[in-house]
Ligand binder design. Sequence first.
Ligand code: RFL
Ligand code: PHB
Length: 389
Amino acid sequence: MKTQVAIIGGGPAGLLLSQLLCKAGIDTVVLERQSRAHVLSRIRAGVLERGMLDLLAQAGIADRARAEGIPHDGTVLSYGAQEVRIDFKAHVDTPVTVYGQTEVTKDLYDSADANGTQVIHGVSDVVLHDLDSNTPSVTYQLDGASHRLTCDFIAGCDGFHGVSRQAIPADKRRIFEKVYPFGWLGVLSRTPPVHDELIYANSERGFALCSMRNTSLSRYYIQCRQDDHVDNWSDAAFWDELRRRIPPQHAEALVTGPSIEKSIAPLRSFVCEPMRYGRLFLCGDAAHIVPPTGAKGLNTAASDVHYLNQALRSWYADGAEAGLERYSEQALARVWKVERFSWWMTSLLHRFPDQSEFDLRMQQAELAALAATPEAQAVLARNYVGLPY
Ligand code: RFL
Ligand code: PHB
C-alpha cells in the first residue's frame, strides 16, 4: 500500500493532521493500535485554546465545538479561603472553550468518515523503516498478516508510549524529563459544575481542580500519591477530600453524585529534541508531555500539527524544503514556553513531599503577589488562553 503521509496514531494529533492535509488534497493513511471505541472512551482534556478552535475550523469541523463548547472568560485560583480570579477578557480579550477531548476526537472521526480517510485500527508491531531516505515505509501486523505502507513522510503522532520517538537513533535525540512526586485522581460525574468557571485550588491538603464538560457534567481532580490506586477511593471519600480542598463557599455548593469514570494520571514534564529525524516528524505527546495543570497537552499537540501541516503543504505545493527544515525548531520554541508555564502552574499549586516551611511560604507569597499584581495576572492569562502560533 502507498500513501503520501503515513500517520502513526489516531488520537487527536494524528486525526487533526489527516483532516487538515485532506483539505489540501494530500493523501494520508492513519495507523492506530486501539479500536475506535477505545480511543473514543478516553476521558482527557477539557479546555481548548482559540488557536486550536481555529485549526478545527480550518479542518471544517469546528461547528459542534462552537455550538456546544462553553466560552470561559476567566478562571479562579484559590489558596486556603482566598481566591484570585484571572480575567482573560480584561487582560487579553480572548476566551478559552470548555469542550472535551472526547468530543473533539468524535468530531475528527466523523470528518475522517465523511472524507473517506483511511484509519486502520488494531495494528500491532509497527516498525518505521528508511527514515533517512526519500522512500520511508511503515510495516505492521493486522489480523495476523504483515503489511507495508510506503510513503513520502511519516508523522509520529502515537503519544508518549508510541514507537515513533524510539525510531530516532538514540545518539540523535536528547530527552529532558521531570517526574512529579504525585498524581491526579480524576472523577467524572453527571452533576452540575460547582462554579461557572474552573477553580484551581492550592490547599494544605494538596491540589484540587474543579472543571466541567457541560452544564450537567462535571470533572474534578485531586492531587494524590504517585502510587495510589482508584480502589482506595470510594466516591464518598473523593467528595469529602475535594470539599476539604476548595474554599468553603464552593464546598457548600458542591453537588455530588456517582462517579461515571475514575482514574489516576501521573504528572510529568518531558521533551524530546529534535522533533524530526529525516522523513519522520513527531507531533504531540509523542514528542512532549506537560503536567495537566495548565490544560496544555492537547493544545500543544494542535500547535505542532499546525506547523507540520503548513510545512507539508508547501512541500507538496512547490517542493519547498524550508518549512520542513524549520519544523522542529519552530515547534520546540513554542513547546518550551508551554513546558515552563505548565511546570510553573504545577509548582505553584501542589504540595510537594519534600517541601520545607520556607518553600511553603514562598508558594503563599507568590500567590499573594499574583493576587496583588495585575501585570502578573496578565502574564498568566496570556499563557493560559494560548500563545500565538
Ligand atoms: P494521544 O491522545 O496519546 O494519541 C496517541 C494515539 O496513538 C496510538 N498509539 C499507536 N498507534 C499505532 N501504533 C503504535 N505503536 C501506537 N502507540 C500508541 C494510541 O492508541 C493513541 O490513540 O496523543 P496525541 O494525539 O498527541 O494527543 C495528546 C493529548 O491526548 C494529551 O496531550 C492531552 O490529553 C493532555 N491533557 C490535556 N490537554 C489539554 O490541552 N487540556 C487539558 O485540559 C488536558 N487535560 C490531559 C488532561 C491529560 C490527562 N491525562 C490522562 C494524562 C487531563 C488529564 C487527566
Ligand atoms: C479537564 O477538564 O479535564 C481539565 C481542565 C483543566 C486542566 C486539566 C484538565 O488544567
